[in-house]
Design a binder for this molecule. Structure first.
Ligand code: ZN
Length: 243
């Protein structure tokens, strides 16, 4: 990805950060500073760092699930709208795609469970609604729950959309399943755009990302289908060119 830089290499996977990502701590840090001075800025930037650490773990969930099937993830890039794990191949079985897609949100379920546990067990130690650490852990729990719900919206190529395609592909052709998932994703993307227009502008960016992503994946599935059909026809004619 252009304009992205490697910041770490973990378990053979490059962790990259896109320059636009830096707008996020800059924006929230400034907002925190304006409201509560330097402690406010530090608080906001630490929260963004903790949140994106959860996003990174989510992407590692996809990568590790892919590794189980021999699919490599050369890199994970952090963008202001979330993370992207780039895999070197598309899972060829619907069950693989299902497991890989669910593995990301499953990591957030695990994080949310741990956070809820810590909050419950430390009720006495971190008592009081004004305890900074407690507020931060609580906000992190809320955001993780939000990530689980948002990612499971069937807006292909988001995780929920991949789950939808995998389930459809168990019953219908890969192309048919992709077509339904991609069109559903694009309709939902239009919904995100409208919501974003009246609310959070970040949703408009996500809408664009989903709409384009769905189109690209659909085109890819069409090409793949044409290629497979050509191979089948050659085989039927016993054409040596295929060999
Ligand atoms: Zn994901």
């Amino acid at each position: 990805m252009k304009w992205s830089y490697r910041i770490a290499r973990i378990s053979g996977i490059d962790v990259r950060i896109h320059v636009t990502f830096l707008l996020l701590p800059a924006f929230f840090g400034f907002a925190g500073w304006r409201d509560a001075g330097w402690p406010g800025a530090v608080g906001e930037v630490s929260f963004i760092a903790a949140l994106f650490f959860c996003v990174l773990l989510h992407e590692f969930g996809h990568a590790m699930a892919g590794r189980r099937y021999g699919i490599r993830t050369p890199d994970i890039t952090l963008l202001p709208i979330g993370g992207v794990a780039r895999m070197d191949q598309i899972p060829d079985k619907p069950s693989m795609e299902l497991v890989i897609a669910v593995a990301g949100p499953a990591v957030n379920v695990a994080i949310a469970t741990v956070l809820a546990g810590i909050l419950m067990l430390t009720g006495g130690i971190l008592a009081g609604p004004d305890n900074t650490l407690r507020v931060m852990l609580h906000n992190l729990l809320v955001v993780n729950c939000g990530l689980i719900i948002f990612n499971m919206i069937p807006a292909f190529p988001m995780d929920g959309g991949r789950v939808l395609r995998a389930l459809l592909a168990m019953k219908f052709s890969h192309l048919g399943a992709t077509r339904v998932a991609a069109r559903t994703g694009q309709v939902l993307a239009c919904g995100f755009a409208v919501l974003g227009f009246f609310g959070n502008p970040m949703l408009m960016l996500i809408a664009l990302f989903v709409f384009n992503g769905a189109q690209v994946e659909l085109q890819y599935a069409v090409q793949q289908d044409q290629y497979e059909q050509m191979l089948r026809e050659m085989m039927a004619r016993n054409d040596p060119r295929q060999l």
